[in-house]
Design a protein around this ligand. Structure first.
Ligand code: BGC
Length: 775
């Protein structure tokens, strides 16, 4: 599709922090057309109207892609919205991801400094198609009610500037200016993602804090916006500031989201703020472009008594279908699952993000560990395919891959560009083990669950190039290992930048960050190198590229041997860190004999640690699986049910409604720290389906199923229902005294059922019940 872009701003933006939105309009004639199609996109985010009516319910169109290369457009059949004769199209355009504050440093203007719009209206009649496109005749103004806008920091509205009928026929736009032509050098692609829509809504409770603040508690942390009704007089200015928690004294705070540093006010104090100047009388408003991560809202200067019924918090996220249900006899576990579903919703707003408030960036490591859980919860194929296409489009010439997709600025300083406008690579987020590998690991999970190789085809060439890049990095030696010998060391990856295990209990972001730069953890990086090379060899096999399959398999074997030589001593792991025991087992690096010993040592370690979790970002999601493979069910359940910190249930006793980034997100003195809405530590909850209820695809796309629940008397029943691509699967068990009973429903595919006493059955019926005596 060839679009003509226009720029609605004739003046250059004043500065990087004050951007009014643009309103663009055009009237056009429709006399004989039988069908009218609209294709529309923008560099920025837009909301479009035909004859005063919104064209759809979507938010933040056209979504976030690697704008330098790819921009999505939407297509609508608008025939039924039009009348014979004169019609009008109106479009509001905000900064969005294109020009708004991005990432941890909240820098603006990363992708460009001029927002742009492109429309093509196709009028189809009996004689052919006529096209109306965006051009200089389209009129624009920046003098409407939204006088500042951003996706995560603020929206400032002055309703005295409301323009009645601006998006309808007959509006007097003589004070508006004509747009100027612009250009766009990337590729426009049809919309690939899921629509971003409003979903659940929550009523408010009005609180008065010890500091005298008026605060609304909506009871659920989420990503979304607040709809409010207010009655006042023209010129009254109110503000609504969104935050996730109350502080140790019960006062409103956003301190947990602030970084200590020069730009902290951009991310923290100034962030998530709606400022609204009233017109006269009763009025209702909700943000169009500001989406925040919050449960609480502090109101300032409210001109009337604050009544709960005047406020509603509305969740806004990508519309993916829920495909499962889980429940068990422990209400806290049920709540934990619910909380992690909310963290998914909050972090699936067009791209998968780390958190919905602070950075809101497409951190690849976060989605890498969470994908399996996301798949059990929802149908994420379309959503992730779109994101993977952006990941691939961001590969550097040397093969390196980003650890944030799409890219966001990674420094506070001025973004340095070369003469083609490309950002200097030093400033790009590239190449961390476990993070960048997502681009290889996620397609394999999509293949396992959905049974098609679309994702693999998208990433395959890029994955090979990345492996070549990684193997080159492995050949270099870190300064501390310069004199380390042995041929195997060529396969030990100890150079480059690697986040490492990241945030093990007691670790801080600052120290882990410094280690990532100066002393990258070669154990972590080498294990991921093996894991990804092995997956590339599997991809080659799936694509029937047998030579390449063999080639990568051989390399994978060499890395495996190098890892074993370097990191597995005397048949086990010598370390005081749980992650070191989990990784070689779940990645199948350790031999079977070693794995048995390693997991037995891990089990002892966890018992000694009073059943408290000790892993960080990259192994928390696998610890339960590793224990279950070798039958340590008691430990699994005690780990899960532990309410002390660190542990999954600790946060529930502190009132969490989403998953925290930090095991100690609220400490014993009730001081909150870090994000309260990070799905990564909740990535272990896929185990509810694949472990506790034991549902597993043994062939891609559930062509064959294994049901093998991992049970313990610490839970008396569990039930999982999952709508697989082959049909519904149910695994429901309970234990009464010593009797274990299991109810299994499967689609029309072969299935094997294994009971806790080891007995094994082939299930040919769609529905069957089993029982055995628990030992
Ligand atoms: C983010 C993470 C991310 C990490 C990199 C953090 O600031 O919030 O979730 O993966 O940086 O280690």
């Amino acid at each position: 599709m060839k679009f003509r872009f226009i720029e609605p701003e004739i003046l250059s933006p004043k500065n990087e922090s004050e951007q009014p939105v643009s309103y663009v309009r055009k009237e056009f004639d429709v006399s004989k057309a039988k069908k009218v199609m609209l294709h529309i996109t923008a560099l920025g985010v837009f909301k479009a109207y035909i004859n005063g009516k919104p064209i759809d319910d979507c938010y933040l169109l056209p979504g976030f892609t690697n704008y330098r290369k790819r921009l999505q457009y939407k297509t609508y059949d608008i025939t039924s919205m039009l009348s014979k004769g004169r019609n009008a199209i109106g479009v509001v355009i905000g900064d969005g991801w294109y020009r708004g504050a991005l990432g941890a440093f909240g820098k603006r203007f990363y992708y460009g400094n001029k927002i742009k719009l492109a429309c093509s209206i196709e009028l189809v009649d009996d004689f052919g198609t006529k096209e109306i496109t965006t051009d200089e005749s389209w009129k624009a103004t920046q003098n409407g009610p939204i006088i500042q806008n951003d996706l995560k920091t603020y929206e400032t509205v002055d309703m005295r500037k409301e323009m009645h009928g601006w998006n309808d026929v007959g509006f007097d736009d003589k004070d508006w200016h004509n747009c100027v032509m612009g250009d766009y050098n990337g590729k426009c692609v049809p919309y690939e993602g899921e629509d971003i829509l409003e979903h659940e809504s929550f009523a408010a409770k009005v609180l008065k804090t010890p500091n005298g603040e008026t605060v609304l508690d909506f009871g659920q942390n989420l990503a979304g916006h607040i709809e409010f009704t207010v009655n006042g007089k023209s010129g009254d200015t109110v503000s609504i500031k969104m935050g996730e928690v109350l502080d140790e004294n019960g006062n409103f705070t956003t301190k947990n989201l602030e970084f200590v540093g020069k730009n902290q006010n951009v991310i923290g104090a100034l962030g998530q703020l709606l400022t609204y100047t009233l017109k006269d009388g009763k009025q209702t408003y909700k943000s169009m472009f500001l989406i925040s991560g919050y449960r609480y809202a502090k109101l300032d200067n409210w001109p009337e008594e604050v009544k709960a019924e005047n406020f509603r918090s509305i969740a806004v996220y990508s519309a993916f279908a829920t495909v499962s249900r889980f429940e068990c006899s422990n209400e806290m576990i049920n709540k934990l699952v619910e909380n992690s579903r909310w963290s998914q919703k909050s972090n699936f707003v067009d791209i998968p993000t780390d958190c919905p408030q602070r950075e809101r960036a497409g951190w690849t490591g976060d989605i890498n560990v969470f994908t399996e859980t996301a798949i059990w919860y929802t149908d994420v194929k379309k959503f992730l395919l779109k994101w993977l296409r952006d990941a691939v489009s961001l590969q550097k010439e040397d093969g390196n891959l980003p650890y944030i997709v799409p890219e966001v600025p990674m420094s506070m300083g001025k973004t340095k560009r070369d003469k083609n406008g490309e950002i200097k690579s030093m400033q790009l987020p590239n190449g961390s083990a476990g993070w960048s590998d997502a681009i290889i690991n996620i397609p394999m999970l999509l293949y396992k669950f959905y049974g098609d190789n679309e994702a693999i085809k998208i990433v395959y060439e890029c994955a090979k190039k990345y492996i070549t890049f990684e193997l080159k990095r492995a050949k270099r030696k870190h300064i501390l290992n310069l004199f380390k010998g042995g041929e195997h060391f060529e396969y030990i990856l100890d150079t480059g930048f690697h986040f490492g295990e990241w945030l093990e209990p007691g670790h801080s972001m600052q120290l882990d960050g410094l280690k990532a730069i100066f002393f990258p953890d070669s154990e972590v990086a080498t294990a991921w190198l093996y894991h990804s090379v092995k997956e590339v060899s599997e991809m080659a096999e799936i694509l029937n590229k047998n030579d390449e399959h063999e080639y990568y398999l051989k390399i994978a074997d060499k890395i495996k041997e190098a890892y074993r030589k370097e990191f597995i001593k005397k048949g086990t792991v010598i370390s005081d860190r749980q992650c070191r025991f989990v990784r070689p087992v779940y990645m199948e690096i350790a031999s079977e004999e070693e794995a048995k010993k390693i997991v037995s040592d891990l089990n002892d370690m966890i018992i000694k640690n009073d059943y408290k979790i000790g892993t960080g970002f990259l192994t928390t999601y696998k610890v339960l699986y590793v224990l279950s493979k070798y039958g340590y069910n008691e430990t699994i359940y005690r780990l899960l049910l532990n309410e002390k910190c660190p542990g999954w249930l600790y946060e529930l006793n502190k009132g969490a409604t989403t998953i925290w980034e930090d095991w100690l997100g609220i400490d014993e003195n009730n001081v909150p720290k870090n994000s309260m809405n990070h799905y990564s530590p909740g990535a272990s909850l896929s185990f509810m389906f694949a472990g506790i209820c034991g549902i597993n695809p043994t062939k891609p796309g559930f062509e064959e199923i294994l049901i093998m629940p991992c049970v313990s008397k610490l839970l008396s029943y569990a039930k999982a229902e999952y709508r697989s691509v082959k049909g519904n699967i149910v695994s429901k068990w309970d234990i009464k005294d010593d009797l274990f009973t299991l109810h299994v429903e499967i689609p029309d595919v072969p299935a094997t059922v294994v009971l806790p006493d080891g007995s094994k059955y082939s299930q040919n019926e769609r529905v069957k019940d089993y029982s055995c005596i628990m030992k």
